[in-house]
Design a protein around this ligand. Structure first.
Ligand code: PEP
Ligand code: MN
Length: 349
């Protein structure tokens, strides 16, 4: 159960609620938020009588949350979370956002060429790793700060928002300085220090599902971020490990309607990492939009054969053009549209 306090509730009001919860025989966990404070009641096995709490000063309402994740759940917030990025793109709600770009930022020419092409196709968010979580320590690890600077240059030139990964808690500040969205990769979904730091950075967070994480674990990971006060979280289904190696991962399309039922947070799909194979990306992107995804993130490279990472799953710019036409038609058939940037944020060129 969550006891939600009114906006101007005093410290004494909050303490009184916590004391009352303890007197009732449960544990009280104050949950400070940017908008409002709530006091969580834990230790109950079933529904708790709320009459006594509802009459206390400063109490707005009581929410009975049956899930282990609280603020992430639909019980806590029935309406979809919708937020706007710096370039005016709305994430969540009716619009489907298109995120595209190379796996890694490799050079100025590579990122600018890609950014121009994906923007022309209809993408509004540019992806690109500057700090790369590579399975092998001998693989290309990313350009680091230089990569972030190149992403900022691409944003300046195209008006695209930028999403890029922070690999560790220490790196969050730097990534937040350059990026519009902080990406937390699959390998880091349960890096709780990183989740907390990202939740404090003041930027939206794109949280990818761990490769063997359950939906519940994904939502609990998101809870760490919301608990720090950042409610602009985008969840991402990027495929889970499977026994079958016909594809790199098994893109779990069921995760999309499941998350939508359990949580108010937007969920997007990444069919690039979800399949690992270029030819499988368009059909799974189409399927993800059909399943209700709030966005599609794919990898696009001007010359996939020479990519320093994930070339096999990267689309060419021409292939991306075709994919956007297809997913736009599917979105429309479902009464949705593709997210557009605010006119003022669209650079000429
Ligand atoms: C990526 O987006 O490039 C990436 C490394 O993804 P994941 O964390 O899903 O493997
Ligand atoms: Mn990649």
């Amino acid at each position: 159960m969550l006891v939600v306090m009114k906006h101007g509730a005093s410290r004494e009001d909050i303490d009184r609620v916590a004391d009352t919860i303890r007197e009732m025989g449960y544990q009280a966990e104050p949950i400070p938020g940017r908008q409002r404070t709530a006091v969580g009641l834990v230790g109950n096995d079933g529904r708790v009588e709320d009459g006594r709490l509802l009459t206390l000063p400063g109490v707005l309402r009581v929410i009975h949350v049956s899930q282990p994740y609280k603020q992430v759940s639909r019980e806590w917030k029935p309406d979809d979370t919708i937020f706007e990025l710096a370039n005016g793109v709305r994430v969540g709600g009716r619009d489907v956002v298109l995120i595209a770009g190379p796996c890694s930022v490799e050079s100025e020419e590579q990122i600018l060429r890609t950014a121009r092409r994906v923007r022309a196709a209809g993408a509004t968010i540019l992806r690109g790793g500057a700090f790369k979580p590579r399975t092998s320590p001998y693989s290309f690890q990313g350009l680091g700060r230089e990569g972030l600077e190149l992403l900022a240059l691409a944003r300046q030139e195209t008006g695209l928002a930028v999403v890029t990964e922070a690999l560790d808690a220490e790196g969050v500040e730097l990534v937040a300085e350059y990026g519009d969205i902080i990406q937390i990769g699959a390998r880091n979904m349960q890096n709780y220090a990183l989740l907390r730091e990202a939740g404090r950075a003041g930027k939206p967070v794109l949280l990818k599902r761990g490769m063997s994480a359950t939906i519940k674990e994904l939502l609990l990971a998101a809870e760490y971020i919301l608990l720090e006060g950042e409610s602009r979280v985008i969840l991402c289904e990027r495929g889970v490990r499977s026994f079958d190696h016909h594809a790199r991962n098994l893109l779990d399309l069921t995760a999309i309607p499941s998350v939508k039922e359990l949580s108010h947070l937007p969920i997007i799909a990444d069919p690039a990492h979800g399949t690992g194979r270029r030819d499988k990306v368009p059909p799974m992107a189409r399927a993800a939009v059909a399943a209700g995804a709030d966005g599609i993130m794919v990898e696009v490279h001007p010359d996939p054969a020479s990519a320093l990472s994930d070339g096999a799953q990267s689309l060419t710019p021409d292939q991306y053009d075709d994919l956007v036409v297809e997913v736009t038609a599917i979105a429309r058939a479902l009464g949705r549209s593709i997210a557009r940037p605010a006119e003022s944020a669209v650079a000429e060129g």
